[in-house]
Design a protein around this ligand. Structure first.
Ligand code: NAD
Length: 494
C-alpha cells in the first residue's frame, strides 16, 4: 500500500537554492548536484553545488546576525518560544516531512513517522525549554581572604558550522540546529549531498516559525568542497560534525587553524550481548531490530551479536527467522520494514563485506543478496560462526549485516565487546539485574541499553567513547557544548 499522496510536497518544488540570510540563492558557480531516489534510481531534485564562496557569504551573514542587537536582545523566553514554534511547524508538516525523508533516504515511511519526526519535534521542544534556564553558578572564592563576588555565565560559542550525514538528516540536523539556537548561536549548516531535501524544507519552516533571517543558513554541496570550506573557515567558532570516523579525523585537522571547538558524532561497531538467562522470546526480534533497523544504516547499529554458548544456536535461528520475515521494499509502501540502501556505492560496499565474510570463513545463514534490478535493495544478512579477526566483526559496515559470535562467560563477553576501536553504544540481554549493571559499567560505550536498544531521547546525552567521537549531543551536556563558560569576579573589599 502506498502512502497517501495528498499530504505530499513535490520535491522538485524545493528550490535549487541555498538559504543565506533569509534569501534563497543558487550556488554562485551556478552548478548543482542531482538528488536520487534510492528505491528506483530516478533523479528527484537538484540542489546547489556550493563552494568556498557560498560558504564565505553564509558565514558572513551568520556572523553579522550573531553580532546584531536583533538576535542578541531576543529575551531568552522568546527564543524558547521560537523553538517551540518550530516544533509546532514540524508537527503540522509531519506527514509531508516523513514522506520527503522516506523518498530521499529510502527509509520506511512508517518508521519516519514514528521515529524521525517525533525526535525532530521533541528536540526543538526540549531545547526551547532550556533557553530560559541556561544560567551559571556563584563559586565561593577563597583566593587571598578578601571578599569577592564571582559568578559564571554561559555565553553562546558564536557562529557554528554543522555538517550532517545521510541516514537521519532531518533528526540529526535538528539536534544541532535546536541546540545551537537555544544556546544563542547562529549556524551555517551543510547537509549531506545525498539526502539534503528534508533539511531544506525544515529551514523553510524555521523561517515561517519566526526564526530571524540569518540565524540558520543552509549551504548545500560536496564534503570535499563546501564541507571542507566550512570546517576550515577562520570565522567559524565551532564545528559540529556527524558522519564517518575517517572524515571526522579530517575535520579535526581542518579545525586546527583557528582552534575552533569541535563536536564529533562518528561511526560505531556496537555489540549486542545475549546471556543465557535472557528472555529468549524477546531476544530474536530485539537483536534483529538492533542491527537491521533503517537497513543497518545507523551509527549505533548492533552489528556484532555476542551470544553465550549454551543458547547460541537458538539465538542464531531466532535472528535468522526474524530477518527472513522483514519485508524489504520501497520506503513509501507502508508495510515496508527495510528500504533500500542510500546509493549504489553503499550497496556495493556492503556487498563487499558480505563477500569478505564468506571468504574469511563465517557461515552465511540468511540473506546476502541484492533484490531486484532497480534500486539499492539488499536482504538482511546473518553470519554465524564469526570471530573477532574477521573484517565483518571489526569494521563499520553501515548496512544490514550481523556477525554472531560465541562467548563463554561474562568476562569474555566484556573483553570481546570492548575489542574495537569504536565505542558508541551497546545492549545487554539478561534477567539478572546485578549482572546487567555490572556489565553496563564495564562496557566502553556512550550509551548502554539493557533489554532494549536505541532509546534515544533529547534529555539523554548521546555520543561515543574512543573513535566514535568527541563530546555529547542533546541533553544538558550537548547544549553546554554550544557555550563558553566565563567567570566574572569582582573585589568587594575597599
Ligand atoms: P560521511 O563522513 O561520508 O559524510 C558525512 C558528511 O560529511 C556529509 O555531509 C559529507 O558531505 C561531509 N563530508 C565528507 N567529506 C568531507 C570533508 N572532507 N570535509 C568536510 N565534510 C565532508 O558519512 P556518511 O556516509 O554521510 O554517514 C555515515 C557515517 O556517519 C557512518 O560512519 C555513521 O556511523 C556515521 N553516523 C554517526 C552518527 C552518530 O551520531 N554518531 C549518526 C549518524 C551517522
Amino acid at each position: 500500500m502506498n502512502a497517501n499522496p495528498k499530504h505530499v510536497a513535490d520535491p522538485t518544488r524545493l528550490r535549487n537554492q541555498n538559504l543565506i540570510g533569509g534569501q534563497w540563492k543558487a550556488a554562485l558557480s551556478g552548478q548543482s548536484i542531482a538528488v536520487e531516489n534510492p528505491a528506483n534510481e530516478e533523479i528527484i531534485a537538484q540542489v546547489p553545488r556550493g563552494q568556498q564562496e557560498d560558504i564565505d557569504e553564509a558565514v558572513k551573514v551568520a556572523r553579522a546576525t550573531f553580532e546584531s542587537a536583533a538576535w542578541r536582545k531576543i529575551r531568552p523566553i522568546d527564543r524558547g518560544r521560537i523553538l517551540e514554534n518550530i516544533a509546532r511547524k514540524v508537527e503540522e508538516h509531519a506527514e509531508e516531512l516523513s514522506w520527503l525523508e522516506s523518498l530521499d533516504t529510502g527509509k520506511a515511511i512508517s518508521f519516519a513517522r514514528v521515529i524521525d519526526l517525533p525526535s525532530t519535534v521533541d528536540v526543538f521542544r526540549y531545547m526551547g525549554g532550556w533557553c530560559s534556564k541556561l544560567g551559571g553558578t556563584t563559586p565561593p572564592i577563597s583566593f587571598d581572604g578578601k571578599e569577592y563576588h564571582a559568578y559564571t555565565r554561559r555565553e553562546p560559542v558564536g557562529v557554528v558550522g554543522a555538517i550532517t550525514p545521510w541516514n537521519y538528516p532531518l533528526a540529526l540536523g535538528s539536534w544541532k540546529i535546536a541546540s545551537a539556537l537555544a544556546a544563542g548561536c547562529t549556524m551555517v549548516l551543510k547537509p549531506t549531498e545525498l539526502t539534503p531535501l528534508s533539511t531544506l524544507r525544515l529551514a523553510e519552516l524555521c523561517l515561517e516559525a519566526g526564526l530571524p533571517e540569518g540565524a540558520l543558513n543552509v549551504v548545500n554541496g560536496y564534503g570535499h568542497e563546501a564541507g571542507e570550506a566550512l570546517a576550515r573557515h577562520p570565522d567559524i567558532d565551532k564545528i559540529t560534525f556527524t558522519g564517518s570516523t575517517v572524515v571526522g579525523k579530517k575535520i579535526v585537522e581542518y579545525a586546527l587553524g583557528n582552534m575552533k571547538r569541535v563536536t564529533l558524532e562518528l561511526g560505531g561497531k556496537s555489540p549486542s550481548i545475549v546471556f543465557d538467562d535472557a528472555d529468549l522470546d524477546q531476544v530474536g526480534l530485539g537483536a534483529a531490530l538492533a542491527v537491521f533497523f533503517n537497513s543497518g544504516q545507523i551509527c549505533f547499529a548492533a552489528s556484532r551479536l555476542f551470544v553465550q554458548a549454551s543458547v547460541y544456536d537458538r539465538v542464531v535461528e531466532a535472528v535468522a527467522a526474524v530477518a527472513s520475515q522483514f519485508k524489504v521494499g520501497n520506503g513509501q509502501d507502508t508495510d515496508t520494514m527495510l528500504g533500500p540502501l542510500v546509493s549504489r556505492k553503499q550497496q556495493e560496499r556492503v556487498l563487499g563485506y558480505v563477500q569478505s565474510g564468506i571468504e574469511q570463513g563465517a557461515s552465511l545463514i540468511y540473506g546476502g543478496q541484492k533484490i531486484g534490478d532497480k534500486g539499492y535493495f539488499l536482504q538482511p544478512t546473518v553470519f554465524a560462526d564469526a570471530d573477532q579477526s574477521m573484517k565483518i566483526a571489526q569494521e563499520e559496515i553501515f548496512g544490514p549485516v550481523v556477525s554472531i559470535i560465541r562467548f563463554k562467560d561474562e568476562v569474555e563477553a566484556i573483553r570481546l565487546a570492548n575489542d574495537t576501536t569504536y565505542g558508541l553504544a551497546a545492549n545487554i540481554w539478561t534477567r539478572d539485574i546485578k549482572k546487567a549493571h555490572r556489565v553496563a559499567h564495564r562496557l566502553q560505550a556512550g550509551s548502554v541499553w539493557i533489554n532494549c536498544h536505541g532509546v534515544i531521547d533529547p534529555a539523554a546525552p548521546f555520543g561515543g567513547f574512543k573513535q566514535s567521537g568527541w563530546g555529547r549531543e542533546v541533553s544538558e551536556e550537548g547544549l553546554a557544548a554550544y557555550t563558553e563558560i566565563k567567570t566574572v569576579c569582582a573585589l568587594l573589599d575597599d
